[in-house]
Design a protein around this ligand. Structure first.
Ligand code: PGA
Ligand code: ZN
Length: 443
């Protein structure tokens, strides 16, 4: 399986922004993958290389990243074994040589890393999830004495209402999500979610809000200004779908608070409030007391470690507290979080770190320290569904893809439907059971 050819090109993502696509070829097998891109990015993420001074696509072009694949990264991995993902990723990391992949671009490096996995799967005549599970076992063996768990279909947490940088400045919080904890299988979970989403659109329209147009991740973007009102709409939509809020379906939030935090103050523009860290934690605790919220992502900003400690002290037994901008899928930052005992969960985005191996290292570190990993898409996505296979291969337990609208989202939900069928036995789906014994919610 010696790599014979590596080819990159510029294609477009779901926002019509340029991104990197890479093809890796050997022995008549080609693997192809496209790199995603965020909007509410964390300051500690790996570097996305864009040609800001270039007129092509108004300064958003990735032509230099493409060139780096074609002229530097590609030639350097010719002849290497495509199935040896860890060695290839190591070579890519060394070629860049910077801590945040800023020399060659994390988008260039990730494109090669992902396409290599597809090529290796094709060469071995196995599915991508099967090959990635093998890589996962290898990573597990190099990192820990624990056994790699079996592949499993993850519990989806699904965006219903969008705000923040993903919609029109309507709401300060970025995502209001539905989590179908009571569904026995993934297929049933997805059917519930689609029903809730349709009812939510109707409820929003009936109340005179926008219940048709959607944000970057397919969630509705109504001009509802308070997080309480948005949560209330999702609860009512769950009931309208004939389901029980709190037992069948819970709520999640991605506050993405880094984006309204400045100099120690949380500026809630739509909500008309300026809060310090303690008041921000009070606001979140109030929401948790009123709605069946079991997951909060980036409730506190990435630079506010004291605020994170307070949030963790107050809510850790009731809520999954996910660090996204806080950890940026980075092994070193997650290790620091574990040491400081903040958060209890980590969001995992492949392009925040830039290779498959490093992504898996972070998932492994999380699992070994009882932090829940949640595999996540970006707000800028494509038809590439790799994260569905990654979530299954690592048995991470949870996935966050966006809403059940827009095909760049459905590409992943549909891939999970296929994998559920291929794996048999409902894809070893644990669903909401993963929260049992961890969260002590009032009934
Ligand atoms: P992003 O949003 O891709 O714009 O960062 C997703 C998230 O914050 O989880
Ligand atoms: Zn986030």
């Amino acid at each position: 399986m010696q790599i014979e050819k590596v080819l990159a090109r510029e294609v477009l993502d779901s926002r019509g922004r340029p991104t990197v696509e890479v093809e890796v070829t050997f022995g008549g097998h080609t693997g192809r993958s496209i790199v995603p891109s965020g909007a509410s990015t964390g300051q500690f993420e790996a570097w996305e290389l864009r040609d800001t001074a270039d007129h092509w696509y108004d300064g958003t072009s990735v032509r230099t990243a493409v060139k780096h694949v074609n002229e530097i990264l590609g030639p350097a991995i010719l002849g290497l074994n495509a199935a040896d993902q860890q060695s290839i990723d190591q070579r890519l990391i060394e070629l860049d040589g910077t801590p945040n992949k800023s020399r060659l671009g994390a988008n260039a490096i990730l494109g090669v890393s992902l396409a290599t996995a597809y090529a290796a799967a094709a060469g071995q005549r196995v599915r991508l999830d099967q090959h990635l599970h093998q890589v996962w076992r290898d990573v597990t063996r190099t990192q820990t004495s624990q056994e790699a768990g079996p592949p499993s279909i993850p519990l989806p947490m699904v965006n219903m209402i969008s705000g923040g940088l993903h919609a029109g400045g309507n709401l300060d919080f970025q995502d209001f999500l539905a989590i179908p904890v009571g569904a026995p299988t993934y297929r049933v979970a997805l059917e519930w979610i689609v029903r809730i989403y349709r009812h939510l659109g109707k409820l929003l329209n009936q109340a005179g809000f926008e219940g048709t147009l959607v944000g970057d991740e397919g969630g509705y973007g109504p001009k509802v200004t308070s997080p309480h009102a948005a949560a209330e709409f999702v609860v009512r939509a769950i009931e309208a779908a004939g389901l029980q809020p709190g037992s069948d379906v819970c709520l999640g939030l991605d506050v993405a608070s880094t984006h309204f935090y400045e100099n120690g103050v949380y500026h809630l523009v739509a909500g008309g409030q300026e809060l310090n860290s303690a008041q921000m934690v009070d606001l979140l605790e109030d929401l948790v007391s009123k709605y069946p919220i079991i997951s909060i992502e980036d409730g506190i900003a990435d630079a506010d470690w004291d605020g994170w400690r307070l949030l963790t002290d107050r809510l850790r037994t009731k809520v999954q507290l996910i660090g996204d901008d806080l950890f940026v899928t980075n092994h070193v930052r997650l290790q620091e979080g574990i040491k400081q005992d903040v958060a209890n969960s980590v969001l995992v985005k492949v392009n925040q770190i830039g290779t498959i191996s490093e992504t898996m290292q972070t998932i492994r570190l999380a699992l070994d320290n009882d932090y829940w990993p949640v595999i996540s898409a970006r707000s800028g996505e494509t038809e590439d569904a790799t994260i569905a296979d990654l979530a299954v291969a690592t048995g991470a337990g949870q996935i966050k893809i966006g809403s059940v609208a827009r095909s760049e989202r459905l590409a992943k939900y549909n891939q999970l439907l296929r994998l559920e069928e291929y794996l048999g036995d409902h894809g070893n789906y644990q669903g909401g059971k993963i929260f049992e014994h961890r969260l002590q919610r009032d009934a």
